[in-house]
Design a protein around this ligand. Structure first.
Ligand code: NAG
Ligand code: NAG
Ligand code: NAG
Length: 208
């Protein structure tokens, strides 16, 4: 019932966006998809795309202050569609046939696909999003998603969704160096951090 009311509201107010957050399982998945991309890049899986191995890639953790910041922005749908890249913030759009993405899986898939597409396409926006994902010094992330009801050229209603992720510390200039290059992952972790997970070669705070 709630969904039906929201859809009706969306049709009367064109730019209506409804903000969603995920549960813990979904959050883990979203963080994992980011860390997997960082790990793959760091270990040289993308060397043929000119993304070389790196030695200082940090692990991302969920950060609720970033979630709060994203919620505070009160995005509207028209604004999201036209929005230019803001450093420290990636927006991914994906179309869906179901109203909810409670388990976050469609969102994860969109981030994964967008990032891999960026490796071999000339799409600058996607490449910029990937640059933020591969910024080694970022160590936290917070995302929300917005549902937007749309009407296509043939008059059919559909739902499109935007995931908005914020990163901290953020890339300051889009051309900044992303990471320290080098053969051995984790060999240049910032002080107080090291790699503990053999599957994810990413620097994280040592437990004291
Ligand atoms: C590959 O990356 C290096 C910097 O790491 C850059 O100088 C060079 O122009 C890049 N080559 C291509 C083909 O993008
Ligand atoms: C979380 O994000 C805020 C920015 O909103 C940042 O100042 C803070 O350092 C981050 N916290 C952690 C633990 O990374
Ligand atoms: C989160 O939601 C998904 C999908 O509804 C569910 O399968 C999962 O068990 C939930 N996890 C938690 C921790 O509530």
């Amino acid at each position: 019932m709630k969904n039906i009311i929201m859809i009706l509201l969306g049709l009367t107010v064109g730019s209506f966006a409804s903000t969603h957050e995920w549960n813990e399982t979904a959050i883990e998945g979203l963080v994992f998809v980011h860390n997997k991309l960082r790990n793959d890049a760091s270990q040289g899986l993308w060397a043929r795309h000119n993304i070389s191995k790196s030695t200082d890639m940090q692990k991302l953790f969920w950060n609720n202050s970033l979630v709060a910041e994203a919620k505070h922005e009160m995005y509207d749908c028209d604004q999201l569609e036209k929005r230019e890249l803001t450093l420290g913030e990636n927006i991914y759009q994906y179309d869906v046939t179901t109203y909810d993405d409670v388990d976050g899986q469609q969102g994860e898939a969109a981030i994964n696909k967008d990032s891999h597409d960026a490796l071999s396409s000339k799409d600058q926006a996607a490449q910029y999003r990937l640059r933020q994902i591969l910024y080694s010094k970022s160590n936290s992330i917070g995302c929300i998603y917005e549902s937007c009801d749309r009407i296509d050229d043939e008059g059919t209603n559909y739902n499109t969704r935007f995931i908005i992720c914020k990163y901290s510390p953020a890339l300051k200039n889009i051309d900044d160096q992303l990471y320290e290059e080098g053969e051995e992952a984790c060999s240049n972790c910032p002080s107080g951090t090291s790699c503990t997970d053999p599957m994810m070669k990413l620097c994280e705070k040592k437990l004291v």
